[in-house]
Design a protein around this ligand. Sequence first.
Ligand SMILES: Nc1ncnc2c1ncn2[C@@H]1O[C@H](COP(=O)(O)OP(=O)(O)OP(=O)(O)O)[C@@H](O)[C@H]1O
Length: 235
Amino acid sequence: MTTKLRVENLSKTFVLHNQHGVRLPVFSNASLEVKAGECVVLHGHSGSGKSTLLRSLYGNYLPDSGKIWVEHQGHEIDMVSAEAREILSVRRHTVGWVSQFLRVIPRISALNLVMQPLLELGVDKAQSEARASALLRHLNVPERLWHLAPSTFSGGEQQRVNIARGFVVDYPVLLLDEPTASLDATNRAAVVTLIEQAKARGAAVVGIFHDEDVRERVADRLYVMSPETAPEMSA
Ligand SMILES: Nc1ncnc2c1ncn2[C@@H]1O[C@H](COP(=O)(O)OP(=O)(O)OP(=O)(O)O)[C@@H](O)[C@H]1O
């Protein structure tokens, strides 16, 4: 199996400049590898650094040291040292991000929000619309809402629009930040099916799931945010 994502000796410390420069080490020497078709779940107590690690993988946080190798269009890119335009290209083509929160854009309909990543890749409108509709239907978003802007949707409806948008492109790597938080059992199962389908087509998945049932269904391995990867706090 091909390795899609390789993290080597990654360390991250937050420096709180507005609080006397307090240093808050989050993890050090984190290393993991995710192959095509595998799902690795980040695991550890609240505050152990799961979100910080996941955000670093997407290039949202800059680690202090270490490498994040992503297989991107036939070669490996290190997300730690990559230039901004390379990170944008990785995000457009290779690494998808699904969080529990939807960034609502005023006046853009749910259907258009979901289609957008496909249109940006040059997929034609009819095909994009068909794929987006299938996902919204799968996630039980009522059809009467598809042509409305999601700002007035319930929390769960917004969450499902966001998940549809995150799964609309067949990204080789998927980063999932608690995508099932606050969904009911039917919709959790719908998301689990999407993750299983992504794995079956060869996606490498890294996720955070607080729901134990979901974790057990999708995880091939747990990556434990152990005390060794979380050094003592120092001033
Ligand atoms: N932007 C930030 N600036 C400063 N400190 C931060 C920042 N983000 C996170 N932290 C700190 O880093 C530590 C790890 O936070 P993180 O959110 O990664 O943990 P987590 O394991 O995802 O927690 P939870 O399960 O509660 O979501 C926490 O002590 C948090 O206060």
